[in-house]
Design a protein around this ligand. Structure first.
Ligand code: SAH
Length: 302
């Protein structure tokens, strides 16, 4: 930009950078049209994002970190630890690149790709503000969902900072003992305190909170687990999203049967807890929950 003053150019050099994500690969699901992107960041790190088509419009699942340090035992994303936080721009660019590639507008955003968004709260906040802004992407706060493994202090900040944004909690257990076995973060944030922070969220925001509950055979899928969960959540403005565990090749854990998932659902519903079994998109291209990782996919369309 040789037509602007040198002082301004120096200032821009010091304070800003120009970079863009590069699409390394893209896989398209044959069953539902879901597209999984492998992007390269300017420093060579790679991340994945997933574009999904729903009746209500197009949605994207964005990553908030390259890798993850939470170490949930059933999830592929954290197997190699955390590489680094993404900047707000790198999060926004996942949406821009997917829109340009599909030539379709994206109206819904879920921050459920690799990474723990509340472990990168500052950049997440900037990301939400920019995509929500009318001069940004103009995506309504209510069309944005953030999912966390349960970092309590940030749940409190989020309730005040973004009361209109949907919050999902990866609960996956009805008590502290089961949760500690599955999510190391539970050692830092006790179950009871997590549930209290969630209740507080619903009181501050007046909004329903979503609990994600991945059913893992023999770990958290018994009738007694459903009963205990129903007891814990009684009276809370919430919804339980039951996710049959998705296959992660190197793990000895697996999904429970379809019947067992149905029984779990009915048991919760009978006790008055609103719940559904999540329809998984993109599992044929390893784009479903917990299947995103740093490793590169095998085949590609680009
Ligand atoms: N770090 C955030 C967002 C990432 S994962 C969080 O923990 O919420 C999005 C959801 O997929 C989480 O609920 C996560 O626990 C779940 N998940 C991870 N691995 C999975 C697997 N193998 N099968 C099904 N769901 C899984």
């Amino acid at each position: 930009m040789s037509d602007i003053p040198i002082e301004l150019r120096d200032k821009l050099n010091e304070t800003s950078e120009i970079s863009a994500l590069k699409i390394l690969k893209c896989l398209t699901s044959e069953t539902d049209g879901t597209r999984k992107y492998l992007f390269e960041l300017s420093d060579g790190n790679t991340i994945e994002s997933v574009f999904m088509k729903y009746k209500f419009g197009n949605s994207i699942c964005v990553s908030s970190q390259a890798g993850c340090r939470m170490g949930c035992i059933f999830c592929a994303s954290g197997k190699n630890g955390l590489s680094r936080n993404l900047t707000a721009c790198e999060m926004i660019d996942q949406i821009l690149k997917a829109q340009a590639d599909t030539e379709e507008k994206i109206g819904h955003v879920v921050v459920m790709g690799t990474g723990e968004p509340f472990d990168n709260y500052e950049n997440l906040s900037e990301f939400i503000k920019i995509i929500n802004n009318e001069y940004g992407l103009n995506i309504g706060m209510r069309n944005i969902t953030v999912s966390t493994c349960g970092i309590i202090p940030k749940i409190k900040c989020f309730s005040n900072d973004f009361p209109q944004v949907n919050l999902a909690i990866s609960l996956h257990a009805p008590n502290d003992m089961v949760r500690k076995e599955l999510l190391p973060v539970a050692n830092k944030y006790p179950y009871g305190e997590l549930i209290s922070a969630c209740r507080e969220y619903t009181e501050i925001t007046g909004r329903r909170i979503t609990f994600e509950y991945t059913l893992i055979a023999g770990k958290n899928d018994a009738g007694k687990h459903a009963d205990e969960l129903a007891e814990t959540l009684r009276g809370m403005l919430c919804h339980v999203n039951i996710i049959p565990m998705n296959h992660v090749s190197e793990l000895p854990l697996g999904p429970c049967t379809k019947d067992k998932a149905e029984q779990f659902l009915k048991r919760l519903q009978k006790k008055g807890i609103p719940a559904t079994i999540r329809r998984e998109l993109g599992s044929d291209i390893e784009a479903a929950c917990g299947q995103l990782r740093l490793a590169k996919p095998k085949s590609c369309c680009h």
